[in-house]
Design a binder for this molecule. Structure first.
Ligand code: ATP
Ligand code: MG
Length: 251
């Protein structure tokens, strides 16, 4: 089933750049969909539309609809705070808060009004386990998060998003700058998480796209060139432009 339906979405930034051109795409529930393609293709722009982060940038014109569970989230009446709880985002460079590991996870919940210690403890353990970092930090939850390695900090950021119990997780190159072992841990966590969550990943390489994708969408200069099941798309792409990119002829 499609959790998200993107209908004829176009977006132009204030400087006139046409970053998305008539994108129509369905995003399957409880699966990993990767958005891949060369720099400037519009992948991050599309992710930012999905939780309305583009509200904060200079957009000149946009049109189309994004239905999440049947509701158009681009409607000005939508509660953006509630939307961003439902659609969590993890960025390329992990930004842990200058607090303890535990506080990094409870901060958002406390802001949302949760005060019960038992509930907070439960959320800390559950989300650290889901992000596959519990074993590494369970004995040092009160240490500063900043003291963790880059790969650990990235999983803390993922856990922080999970603590708020989103339904959709957006990840924009979450493993860029991580070593192969940390990258493997994040990728493995995503494969577990997709059982419960709808995941949209912008991978940091074509290889990662191939490993992670249940479904894949290839973007080129604001256009959706091709979409399909990951296995099919990476072995027998329909479009020459997709084939050239995945075989390394450009990019
Ligand atoms: N805030 C902005 N203001 C103006 N133009 C922007 C803005 N953000 C992105 N763009 C432009 O929109 C186009 C798409 O950018 P976007 O960041 O979505 O691409 P991307 O596919 O994520 O690229 P990359 O692989 O480099 O991250 C580019 O031409 C970019 O220069
Ligand atoms: Mg990007």
């Amino acid at each position: 089933m499609d959790k998200i339906i993107i209908e004829d979405l176009s977006l132009q930034y204030a400087d006139g750049t046409e970053s998305l051109r008539g994108i129509s795409l369905g995003i399957r529930e409880k699966a990993v969909t990767v958005l891949f393609g060369p720099a400037g293709g519009g992948k991050s722009t599309l992710l930012r539309c999905l939780n309305r982060l583009n509200d904060l940038t200079e957009v000149k014109a946009s049109s189309g609809r994004i239905l999440i569970d049947g509701r158009n989230i681009l409607d000005p009446k939508v509660d953006v705070i509630a939307l961003r709880r439902k659609v969590g985002m993890v960025f390329a460079r992990p930004v842990v808060l200058p607090m303890s590991i535990r506080q990094n996870l409870t901060y958002g919940l406390e802001l949302a009004g949760e005060k019960r210690r038992a509930k907070l403890d439960e959320a800390v353990e559950r989300s650290l386990k889901l992000a596959a970092i519990w074993d590494e930090v369970k004995d040092r939850l009160d240490d500063p998060a900043i003291a963790l390695s880059g790969g650990q900090q990235q999983r803390i950021c993922l856990a922080r998003v999970l603590a708020l119990q989103p339904e959709i997780i957006l990840l924009d190159e979450p493993t860029s700058g991580l070593d192969p072992i940390s990258t493997g841990k994040v990728e493995a966590a995503l494969q577990e998480l997709k059982k419960e969550y709808t995941i949209i990943l912008v991978p940091h390489s074509v290889q990662q796209a191939g490993r992670a994708a249940d479904y894949a969408a290839f973007f080129l200069q604001g256009e959706l060139v091709e979409y399909g099941e990951g296995k099919t798309l990476f072995t027998t792409p329909r479009e020459k432009r997709t084939e050239d990119y995945i075989t390394g002829r450009f990019g």
